[in-house]
Design a protein around this ligand. Structure first.
Ligand code: K7E
Ligand code: CUA
Length: 666
């Protein structure tokens, strides 16, 4: 019955929403009320000039991150994270393969949803971006100096790493909750309907080193088996806390679309993580099984290492009172967002007819007064009204996510009524609404999740584009829309396509990043074990069946570029060091019919392509990146002789032909 009521309520609101989304007079076909010329001017970045913001956009099920300039919407780069990327050999080169290692071996794909930028005192500091791997629970850290994935850590006892990664006030932690409640990793064969006994919701607290950014799982919290969806760190008064939305507090294990929508309210879990640290220091934690990979990129050796760790520190709330509280939140909340002051926590119930705003101060008072409505699996449930600041009435349909500007306003995405609703947090009044095309998921205000929003724009990340772009077969592009929020009314400025399904994105002023960009790797500092730091160091060495080519590249030749003495049955490793010391002069390396991608080697870096010759003959290789006027001349040959042949190992470049024998004699 309740479900029916919701559907009816939904229908009523849908009609209201369609009235709202009727175009008022003067509204152009673009759906904004700017005339096209004004909008064009606001997003026009003249040739040769730069965008004002870097937008760090999740690639969704392509597993990557894209870098987009705002306001132009121009894509600047794809950063490979969880998925192999042939463009630059990520996950194909010997050095990068360990980055995709897991406790289950090499996994070359993931589904990424939420970039999170590092913050200091709640403000963007331009150091790192973090992002979740949803399917094989992982968190990656990307350097905003090299725009490269530097680290990936796996999360044990988790499944569906969705409420992840969310950052605490000074980037002490990236937190990650499990979307699917599951039995802990060491619990094997149990019936699915033993959900209530065996399934748990683990929340991971991944510490981040202040200097290096290095991650480690500091501890996991073992909480009841419900689905954690999203999270946000507290700020200001709430900075020691973090808040997770949850659904399926019904603990259903089948047909969740009905069975997980039974209760009027699910929960926001409020966690005092400082308290958790105190319990850890007091020895309340226990080591528990939790096999996970920790992959780390070393910029000196230009190589990754992967370490398998077998245990995690675990805190059981049963041993740690006053650390966790559930706050009832209407109808399967998705987003759980904390405003810039840290005073308000906003839950977005996908099926709710209101948007509840909780007061951190009232929450603290309710906790102090023990104003609880019982408990859920041992965790106190705070009385809804005791923690509630107020409800935003008739916000729209299907609220998902909320972001903020610097003027006390919130912007909530409405999936079902396909709009952004701007409202005032203090007086809970709807101020404006604009349609999105179509079915918005996340939205993002530059700096929206920080204490100091940069404002200016809100960007809608839509789930459906229908007729907005040229059609491209059965699947249409994913897309975002940029709205001006500098005035009272939001104004649509631009549609721009995205790579993969973006889910979330965070934009940051270019000024916080662009002067710290790494331009080259200094050759003298290259600590790769197979580096050749000049042509004099180039050589070919045989170790049994392995042939190691210490190769260099420079404009416009490889050294060596003629190699003989390789035999069928050998495994050849081309270790290519790019000798260039100028910005933006990578050289590529590819060899005919290699069942591998190219490698793309940055100035001063060494990268390795593994190649197993399969036929006797002459095989050409070449540089894949048009690096100079004589790029087409940047090529060479390797001779493959039959197994057992006695062609001596030899290598040449220009006149300086040299064999292993000659080299030894020298
Ligand atoms: Cu709303 Cu995965 Cu953040 Cu998509 S999630 S929209
Ligand atoms: Cu080097 Cu083209």
């Amino acid at each position: 019955m309740k479900f029916k009521y919701i559907l009816e309520g939904t229908l009523g609101l849908a009609i209201a929403a369609s009235v709202f989304s009727c175009k008022p007079s003067g509204q152009g076909a673009a759906g904004g009320n700017l005339i096209a010329g004004d909008a064009a001017q606001k997003v026009y970045v003249a040739p040769g000039t730069h965008d004002e913001f870097y937008n760090i956009v999740s690639g969704g099920f392509n597993g990557q991150v894209s870098i987009v300039g705002l306001p132009s919407g121009r894509t600047l780069k794809i950063i490979p994270v969880f998925s192999q990327n042939g463009e630059n050999g990520w996950g194909y080169s010997e050095e990068t393969k360990p980055m995709l290692n897991t406790s289950n071996g090499f996994i070359p794909w993931d589904d990424a949803h939420h970039p999170a930028l590092s913050i200091t005192n709640g403000e963007h500091d331009g150091r790192w971006a973090f992002i979740n791997g949803n399917n094989t629970p992982r968190i990656a850290r990307i350097s905003l100096s090299t725009f490269k994935t530097e680290e990936i850590i796996e999360l044990p006892n988790s499944a569906g790493n969705h409420s992840s990664p969310f950052i605490t006030f000074n980037t002490e932690y990236a937190v990650a909750g499990t979307r699917f409640a599951v039995p802990p990793d060491n619990v094997g064969d149990v019936p699915i309907d033993s959900y209530k006994q065996n399934f748990k919701g683990y929340l991971s607290f991944v510490s981040i080193d202040k200097e290096t950014g290095k991650m480690a799982i500091k501890f996991q919290l073992k909480t009841p088996g419900i689905d954690y969806d999203l999270a946000r760190g507290g700020k200001g008064p709430s900075k020691d806390w973090i808040f997770f939305s949850s659904y399926n507090t019904e603990q259903a294990n089948t047909l969740l679309e009905v069975n997980a929508s039974q209760k009027d309210k699910d929960f926001i879990l409020a966690i005092n993580w400082k308290k958790a640290e105190e319990y850890l220091a007091a020895g309340k934690g226990k080591m528990a099984p939790g096999k996970h990979a920790h992959n780390y990129w070393n910029e000196e050796t230009h190589s990754a290492t992967s370490e398998i760790i077998n245990e995690v520190m675990t805190l059981d709330p049963a041993d740690c009172p006053d650390m966790l509280y559930f706050i009832p939140c209407p109808k399967s909340p998705h987003g759980c967002d904390v405003d810039p002051t840290g005073k308000y926590i906003i839950g977005s119930g996908k099926l709710a007819a209101v948007v509840p705003v909780f007061s951190f101060e009232k929450l603290q008072k309710a906790i102090k007064d023990k104003n609880f409505d019982g408990e859920f699996e041992g965790i106190p449930v705070v009385n809804y009204d005791a923690a509630l600041y107020g409800e935003l009435q008739k916000p729209g349909l299907g609220p998902l996510h909320t972001e903020f500007d610097a003027n006390g306003n919130a912007y909530t995405s409405m999936f079902v009524s396909s709009e952004i609703v701007k409202w005032n947090i203090e007086n809970l009044e709807v101020l404006d609404r604009v349609p999105t095309y179509y079915s918005i998921g996340h939205l993002s205000v530059p700096g929206g999740p920080t204490t100091k929003p940069h404002g200016k724009y809100v960007i809608a990340y839509n789930k459906i584009t229908k007729d907005r772009y040229l059609p491209t077969g059965p699947e249409l592009t994913h897309s975002a829309q940029l709205y001006d929020i500098s005035g009272d009314k939001m104004k649509l400025l631009l549609d721009f396509p995205t790579i993969g399904e973006p889910h979330y994105a965070e934009a940051i002023p270019a000024a916080l990043i662009k002067d710290n960009i790494k331009k080259i790797y200094e050759l003298e500092k290259n600590g790769h074990p197979y580096a050749a730091k000049g042509e004099k160091e180039t050589r070919v060495e045989r170790k049994g069946k392995e042939v190691h080519v210490y190769m260099t590249s420079s404009r416009s030749h490889f050294a060596p570029d003629n190699i003989e003495g390789v035999k069928l049955g050998d495994v050849v490793y081309f270790h290519v060091t790019n000798l260039e010391q100028d910005w933006d002069v990578p050289h590529g390396f590819a060899i005919r019919k290699a069942n591998n991608a190219e490698i793309l080697v940055m100035p001063g870096e060494t990268a390795t392509l593994k190649w197993v010759p399969e036929k006797v003959g002459i095989v050409p290789f070449y540089c894949t990146d048009f690096c100079s006027a004589l790029h087409q001349e940047m090529q060479g040959y390797i001779r493959v002789s039959p197994a057992g042949s006695n062609v001596p190992l030899a290598w040449h470049v220009g006149k300086s032909a040299m064999t292993q024998v000659e080299n030894k004699a020298k």
